[in-house]
Design a protein around this ligand. Sequence first.
Ligand SMILES: *Cc1c(COP(=O)(O)O)cnc(C)c1O
Length: 393
Amino acid sequence: METYGSPLYVYSRTDIENNWREFDQAFDTHPHLICYAVKANSNLAVLNVLSKIGSGFDIVSIGELERVLFAGASASRCVFSGVAKTKAEIKRALEVGIFCFNVESMAEMNRIEQVAKDMGIQAPISLRVNPNVDAKTHPYISTGLKENKFGVDIDAAVPIYQMAHDSAYLTVKGLACHIGSQLIEVSPFLDALDKVLELVDKLNKINIHIAHLDLGGGVGIKYDNEQTIDINAYIVSILDKVGDLKIILEPGRAVVGNAGVFVTKVEFLKQNSGKSFAIIDGAMNDLLRPVFYQAYHQVLPVNENAKGTDAHWDLVGPICETSDFLAKNRKLCLSEGDYLALMSAGAYGFSMSSNYNSRPRVAEVMVSGNQHTLVRERESIQDLFNKEYMIND
Ligand SMILES: *Cc1c(COP(=O)(O)O)cnc(C)c1O
């Protein structure tokens, strides 16, 4: 903190690598590609570290594509997901040789075909189907039910595949699904897999052959004391079902979530009508998950021998919103000036942060063994408005 200031995100390179390798190694010699979902944490150092150990990437925008390329990855290991790809995004992805588009609708399929036609090339595609299974996770991060906006109803997939198969500008590569995030049970994944395999059979019968299955991300992590998925067992049960089919997985949270912490400082302690508030320098713009999804992050004192006032504290930020809290009712012993670590903050932490209340975004640091490196500078006040203009009159 003396070097980098507060608040701060800190990531462990070793944890990121080990988490990714757990997925990769469980497949052993079975054809597979682990495409890290960039939206979970898109820092260049994170992407670079993963690229160096052979990761592919799941991207959802041109910005993520350019980041991944800048970080040293090859487009031939990238899948392009996302609900509304623009013409410019499709064109750029084709120029750099994307491995596959995960297409979300017939309309998007037509757009990709048109762009490929204009370029005189063939676009590699998978259709993202919605298998209509309940991921049993928070409704805001569940994506595989009929009523969600994602993908194509699995029962409507065949004619779309037929159209792609008949097109001179599309190449059918695979079949994709992604049913939600922070799943803590394997059964919804396996239910989805069964449905997707039925579709693969149907397609085989009409002579459309799928080269890979992309089963998305969504493996949950331990935030509190929840039961989570045994990654090796999950992958073994996939392999039991899929024969020789190449498998793609797109884990995001499971790679970076537990590899990062958010460090914040206690500014003031305050008691209001029986409630104890610790006012911290971190806020909802820095770590949105608690207010966005009622998410829980464990809170640990950075200095284990901290002395101070024992109470059940609400950790609240300086932002002018009642909902600006990072944790509630935590038994801690606190004094002003203490540093606290919010655990499991490596995924959907910095990547969802904003400048709300004109707060510069915080610094990010990566540790590796006993080395620590700044991987994103804290934004300056000037950074906050250097793209703005006043009206001249
Ligand atoms: C968000 C997302 C992921 C990653 O989800 P995690 O829960 O972080 O593993 C993977 N694939 C798609 C299509 C996504 O939208």
